[in-house]
Design a protein around this ligand. Structure first.
Ligand code: 4AD
Ligand code: MG
Length: 436
């Protein structure tokens, strides 16, 4: 066997090599034969291509090589790139050489036929190789990159909060506890409290990391481990944070449209729906939302929590995200600042994605008064000593400040039009899933 001398190319770059000989390294997606021709569908993680091998070009040896390979066997091929408008991706490879790398040990568990979700989730480590899952992962990556570029472009500093924490940020009912050399530590529910320290040090920061909630709820929106992006800005108020969220959402959507059109096509997501995501996002107060919900037949009174079904109703009002603001303070976390004119209201907001997707962002202005914050901590049944470091921010140069948290998986589900968050992260963690 001759060592191939043609340059190794990734399929996403193939258009630059029309007419040239290249080397592809990948896996067998599918194959078929027809008389004196072998067709190999090869995937390399960045694309899929049909390779055509005729007996004259690859000989009996090439035919035997193709015939030895089953679905997901790995192989390298050398061939000439040929524009083919009818081919998916626009190109074909006219084979010159087929080099098997590893023949799969038995039948690949995931065949092109339909499988149930439970089976696919059990085989998540292999399911990730399918066209659709690859497209979702590439869109997720584009969203992550867009978020970083958005904040970096505005002079924010990335600020990494710890994952082991000593206290609750978002209430004690969803804490994961772990032993920390004899002390109790909790897996971080949110980087916010540390992000506030960062904002006081650096002016404007964003955190980007995994967060954990022992969510007992089995819904299509909840994971026990998810990634959150939390900007925090000194001298910003609630409306400033809401505008930042609005600008960020538009930036992300625009980037996905610019760079991931192929992947949107693979997952059959209509880009026209995303093109409508433009400023301004309609704003609705909690008071008004309650009226709308009552009219729509929901059994809810002022003071009631806006749950999944209610969010769906509100988010269906518009074809762009809706900003819901001024929640009853009793529903919200201890750190939320209250409205000066009506202390029953918290200066908080949620961004609800359209198409019934619901909350993707939660945020608001923070309580910046030392004494008020101490009483809130007590009212919430939390331990003041656990928050001494956090209270120090209100002792030394306290300023108004605000921020929010964007859930990455819910954002991916929204932009990809997926009904459930489980396909938005490589290995979803849910109440009943820790494997693979
Ligand atoms: O609304 P949440 O709980 O807000 C906070 O954690 C604040 N500390 C954020 C801040 O102001 N810095 O969570 C923020 C977002 C939600 O809007 C949602 O997108 C996502 O995080 N999220 C979840 N995503 C998946 N699974 C879960 N269990 C989630 N819980 C929250
Ligand atoms: Mg929330």
């Amino acid at each position: 066997m001759v060592t191939p001398t043609a340059p190794h190319v990734y399929l996403e770059d193939i258009a630059k090599y029309d007419g040239q000989d290249i080397l592809l390294k990948g896996w067998l997606y599918n194959k078929r034969s027809s008389g004196k021709i072998r067709f190999v569908m090869l995937r390399d993680g960045t694309g899929l291509i049909q390779c055509v091998g005729s007996i004259n070009d690859i000989g009996e040896e090439g035919f035997a090589a193709v015939d030895s390979l089953s679905q997901e066997s790995s192989l390298m091929v050398v061939g000439t790139v040929k524009a083919e408008p009818r081919a998916p991706g626009g190109f074909e490879l006219i084979l010159k050489q087929v080099i098997p790398v590893h023949v799969a040990m038995g039948e690949f568990p995931i065949s092109p036929k339909e499988h149930g979700t439970a089976f696919l989730m059990d085989n998540r480590h292999l399911w990730l190789r399918s066209k659709r899952q690859v497209a979702i992962m590439r869109i997720r990556h584009a969203i992550v990159k867009a978020i970083r570029d958005f904040f970096d472009g505005r002079g924010f500093t990335l600020f990494d909060p710890p994952i082991f924490t000593n206290a609750a940020c978002e209430g004690t009912s969803t804490l994961f506890e772990t032993d920390y050399f004899g002390e109790t530590a909790y897996l971080s529910q949110s980087g916010q409290l540390y992000g506030e320290c960062g904002a006081m040090a650096l002016g404007k920061i964003y955190t980007f990391g995994p967060t954990f909630r022992a969510e007992k709820s089995k819904t299509r929106r909840h994971l026990t481990e998810f990634w959150m992006i939390e900007p925090e800005v000194a001298y910003m108020d609630m409306w400033g944070a809401a505008e930042l969220a609005e600008d960020m959402c538009c930036f992300i959507v625009q980037r996905v449209l610019e760079t991931r059109m192929e992947e949107l096509k693979v997952i059959e997501r209509d880009p026209a729906i995303l093109e409508k995501i433009q400023k301004p996002f309609p704003r609705i107060s909690y008071d008004d939302a309650i009226k709308v919900l009552k009219n729509a037949g929901h059994d809810i009174e002022w003071g009631g929590d806006i749950g999944g079904d209610e969010e769906t109703t509100i988010s269906n009002l518009n074809d762009r995200p809706t900003i819901l603001y001024h929640f009853p303070a009793d529903l919200k976390a201890f750190y939320m600042k209250r409205d000066a004119g009506n202390p029953k209201l918290a200066l908080g907001f949620d961004v609800l994605a359209p198409e019934g997707k619901g909350e993707v962002i939660g945020g608001g202005q923070r309580e910046d008064d030392y004494d008020v914050l101490v009483s809130r901590i007590k009212e919430h049944g939390l331990n003041v000593e656990d928050f001494e470091w956090f209270l120090d921010l209100r002792k030394y140069g306290s300023v108004p400040h605000a921020g929010y948290g964007l859930g990455l998986e819910r954002t991916v589900a929204w932009l990809c039009g997926l009904p459930h968050v489980r396909e938005t992260i490589p290995f979803p963690r849910m109440i009943s899933r820790l494997k693979p």
